[in-house]
Ligand binder design. Structure first.
Ligand code: SAM
Length: 370
């Protein structure tokens, strides 16, 4: 399997055999806005971006791909994001909450399959208050000292984040979704705001979490300028993990008629992220695998280094429907694990089963010459 892209002419200056802009991004880890705009708006640079991104990921991570076992523990959500299938306004969705014992069983199965990171993801569900979450996190921590505990259930007060951290959580994933305020307001109801979300990210960092942020690619009303603002926000935040994925329409949301985010643009943005944030943990997401059967393999080849197989009980998988046609909803945890192992190997990489922490960023001078 290879990810090759056609080049369309020689409009842009080449350095040796590579286009100047991708090389410059790789060397300097940044570009001016107008250069980023050029890079984002054409497929001209895609193969150079992908090959530079792959060599940077190999410098840091070799061919290693880190595993995260995803446990979708609640699909209740008090929010009404216009793009999301588990939004509160979707009254046709059958709601579920996994009881603590079932979450612990998922961890046990996952540990047996070699997972050393558990990601507890869910809607913003106040039923899981601080006391319940701290008890759960502390229990997982007690049982699995050798594992990272990643949380991802949205915005909470800073005191709650601190309590979860003290109970044993290490990482928190909270995509900012879009860093452009007016774009944010077109994707969310007035009860939500970008600053509150970004403040959460800053608080999480300050507490000491390894923080993941990220954005939707191809969401309705997104412009190139929005994507550039996403990159600029990430440059300020300097997260350990950056998760991006294509927007995919869900039939029961206000955005049901919008087109899905494009595969190529998503892959291009993964490569750009790898070059701007060389040591970042970047997942090749389920959403990417949903818009193309080989999407996750392409993502890895364009610079991603993490996969997140599903550990949720099969009985609830279809109910965690963020978007239509979500893949991996029928397979047991072991099947998902082995399927991904094969896919990662087919793409030319290797799953490793340790905790998978972020590697330190090398100074630009100490990097091997391109
Ligand atoms: N509630 C938590 C939060 O707000 O971060 C975590 C759960 S939320 C459903 C996880 C992610 O799903 C969001 O950050 C969003 O980017 C993604 N998502 C939601 N709806 C989507 C859609 N229609 N297409 C692609 N990704 C979507």
């Amino acid at each position: 399997m290879s990810y090759t892209l056609p080049l369309q002419g020689e409009t842009f200056r080449r350095l040796g055999t590579m286009y100047e802009l991708p090389v410059s991004l790789s060397k300097n880890r940044t570009l001016a806005d107008e250069e980023l705009k050029t890079l984002i708006e054409t497929d001209q640079f895609d193969s150079d971006l992908a090959s530079l991104a792959d060599s940077v990921r190999r410098e840091y991570y070799g061919t290693d791909v880190y595993l995260r076992g995803l446990i979708e523990f609640t699909n209740y959500c008090k929010n009404d994001c216009f793009y999301c299938g588990i939004r509160n306004g979707n009254k046709n969705l059958e709601r579920y909450r996994l009881p603590e014992e079932e979450i612990l069983t998922c961890c046990e199965i996952g540990h047996g399959l070699g997972y050393r990171t558990f990601v507890l993801q869910g809607g913003e569900d106040p039923w899981y208050d601080d006391a319940k979450m701290c008890k759960l996190v502390a229990e997982i921590r007690k049982r699995y000292e050798d594992c990272a505990i990643t949380l991802s259930f949205g915005e909470r007060p800073v005191e709650s984040y601190r309590a979860f951290f003290e109970a044993g959580a290490n990482r928190y994933l909270l995509r900012h979704e879009t860093a452009n305020e007016s774009h944010y307001n077109r994707l969310h109801p007035p009860t939500m705001n970008l600053k509150a979300r970004q403040d959460c990210l800053w608080s999480l960092k300050e507490i000491g979490y390894q923080v993941g942020s990220g954005f939707l690619v191809g969401s309705p009303f997104q412009t190139t300028e929005c994507l550039i603002e996403d990159l600029r926000f990430l440059q300020q935040l300097r997260p350990d993990m950056v998760g991006i994925g294509p927007f995919i329409a869900h039939h029961a949301t206000p955005f049901h008629q919008f087109a899905n985010g494009p595969l190529r643009l998503t892959l291009r943005m993964i490569s750009v992220l790898r070059l701007m944030f060389p040591n970042a943990l970047i997942p090749s997401t389920t959403a990417l695998g949903t818009i193309d059967p080989l999407g996750r393999e392409y993502g890895l080849r364009c610079g991603a280094n993490v996969v997140m197989p599903n550990l949720s009980p099969v009985g609830v998988r279809k109910k965690y429907a963020l978007y239509d046609n979500k893949i991996c909803t029928d397979e047991e945890a072991a099947e998902c694990r082995h399927c991904l192992e094969r896919r990662v190997a087919d793409a030319g990489y290797k799953i490793v089963t340790h905790m998978g922490n972020v590697k330190p960023l090398q100074s630009q001078q100490s990097r091997a010459p391109q």
